[in-house]
Design a binder for this molecule. Structure first.
Ligand SMILES: Cc1cc2nc3c(=O)[nH]c(=O)nc-3n(C[C@H](O)[C@H](O)[C@H](O)COP(=O)(O)OP(=O)(O)OC[C@H]3O[C@@H](n4cnc5c(N)ncnc54)[C@H](O)[C@@H]3O)c2cc1C
Length: 448
């Protein structure tokens, strides 16, 4: 039997600057890279045209080709993780390969934590070491805490401590790609029963049109230098569009941070927000599905289904809201400023439970990330750890005047705006604002 180690890729779909891959290579044993389409996650996707599945599938095939080029391969399958792993270990053993270690980049979401706990026990029983590495964030878990060791729940002091703690070693590149060419990999010839699951076998369709939807992985320094001035205008290409790449690890957070530190303090702060929400979901797993502040779970939401449908379809009669919802439906992306406006509109103007909106975003966003999405939604609803106060109700009309006054963004996504085809507002702003504040106040009164 030949001893090998496996690098199981999840949120780190790249060969360069990959700390988990480097940890696997550091074992000194031949490395096999694996990727599995987790059926537990696929089962929650109700749309056969889900863009993310196509994105991941394409990235996995690219990695497979890159690994084959380097003399290795990507082991792929789909199914329940425990079942797939049991099959893999058995098949590899039949091929004379004895798996000594399985390396993963740590994932902080509640489902992933639970899955990894179970798998860790299972690997333990098989005599295989299951090893986690921090790769997808700069600081994790308890690395940035208050002086008394408790987690921060407010962003500004967290970000100050984060910046103070930061050392060059925290963002130094990992030379994983260079090392690949110097070390023995487990290749195709050793994997007899190789399967490459197709999208169709998994119940999905290929929704990709060549060149569409995926933003580049490289961001110009110039864009980041003017980020502070441009980031709030949805008609301007003023943000990095790296979110999908940071979500699936097609760009390393450390390479992003290196560029941020060299070009833009404001943009670096956004990367810190990302770490903050990952830490919050790890420390307070309930916040992924319930209000971070439990008192907010008592808000008597109206949850009007017709109004929810109008919001989903971008037919609320508020042009900035409608443009954002249509951008989301057509591209899987929505500009951050507009995410804030549509989220606030749903929770405050329509008094619809933030979870309805959070789930809708989860279905449609190419960059969907549970921690940032629940964090963003709870920020808008007021129920989050460091949220907009409940009495702050965005005015969607003044937001439009401020951030898209020439209607460039609105006209792009809502071509019938200004004609008789465009709907009247489904709710009156002044009435809705007062109603929202009173409704929130009614349950939060003694302890807002
Ligand atoms: C209601 C709501 C839901 C959101 N859902 C998600 C989500 O599911 N996935 C997601 O990645 N972001 C989410 N965000 C945060 C933000 O809107 C996106 O990260 C951003 O719009 C992505 O565009 P960009 O890559 O051009 O960002 P840039 O402005 O260029 O920022 C760079 C990177 O920093 C991170 N970042 C930026 N803003 C935030 C933020 N507020 N919180 C956490 N990380 C941030 C992202 O990784 C982003 O790619 C949400 C925000 C709101 C208000």
């Amino acid at each position: 039997m030949k001893d090998i180690v496996i690098h199981w890729m999840r949120r780190d779909m790249r060969l360069h600057d990959n700390r988990t891959l480097l940890a696997a290579l550091d074992s000194g044993l031949p490395v096999l890279v694996a990727f599995l389409f987790d059926q537990e996650i696929l089962d929650r996707l109700d749309n056969a045209q889900d863009r993310r599945v196509t994105f991941i599938h394409r990235e996995a095939l690219k990695l497979k080709a890159e690994l084959q080029e380097a003399g290795g391969d990507l082991l792929m399958d789909h199914g329940n993780p425990t079942t797939v792993w049991a099959n893999w270990i058995k098949q590899l053993s039949e091929n004379g390969l004895n798996v000594r270690e399985v390396h993963v980049g740590r994932d902080y979401e509640p489902y992933a934590q639970e899955r990894d706990r179970k798998l860790s026990n299972w690997f333990d029983q098989q005599g295989i070491a299951f090893k986690g590495t921090k790769d997808s964030v700069v600081f994790e878990k308890n690395e940035v805490t208050k002086d008394d060791g408790k987690p921060y729940t407010v962003f500004t002091p967290y970000s100050k401590k984060w910046r103070k703690a930061l050392q060059p070693s925290d963002y130094a590149p990992a030379n994983s790609a260079e090392r690949l060419s110097q070390q023995s990999l487990v290749g195709m010839d050793e994997l007899v029963h190789q399967q490459v699951p197709t999208l169709e076998e998994m119940g999905f369709e290929n929704v990709w049109k060549e060149g569409a939807l995926v933003p580049p992985t490289i961001v110009e320094d110039q864009l980041l230098k003017s980020y502070g001035d441009q980031r709030d205008f949805p008609s301007v290409a003023g943000t990095s569009r790296l979110s999908v790449h940071l979500r699936f690890g097609t760009v390393s957070i450390r390479e992003a941070l290196r560029q941020g530190l060299a070009t833009s303090e404001k943009w670096t702060t956004e990367l810190i927000w990302r770490d903050f929400y990952q830490t919050i979901v790890y420390q307070f797993p309930h916040s992924a599905t319930d209000s971070f502040r439990p008192a907010y779970d008592a808000i008597p939401w109206l949850n009007d289904e017709e109004q929810f449908e109008a919001w989903c379809q971008g037919k609320t009669g508020y042009p900035l809201v409608d443009a954002g919802m249509r951008e989301l439906a057509q591209t899987g992306f929505m500009h951050n400023r507009v995410r804030m406006v549509v989220a606030s509109f749903l929770c405050k103007h329509l008094l619809i439970d933030w979870r309805w909106g959070e789930r809708f975003f989860a279905r449609h966003l190419l960059d969907f990330d549970l921690a940032s999405n629940a964090g963003g939604w709870q920020w808008a609803a007021g129920s989050g750890c460091d949220a907009a106060p409940y009495f702050r109700v965005f005015n969607p009309t003044s937001q439009l005047q401020k951030f898209d006054k020439d209607l460039i963004y609105v006209r792009k996504w809502v071509p019938e705006y200004g004609t008789s085809l465009y709907p009247e507002p489904i709710v009156d702003h002044a009435m809705a604002r007062v109603r929202a504040i009173e409704t929130y106040r009614s349950v939060l009164k003694p302890n807002p």
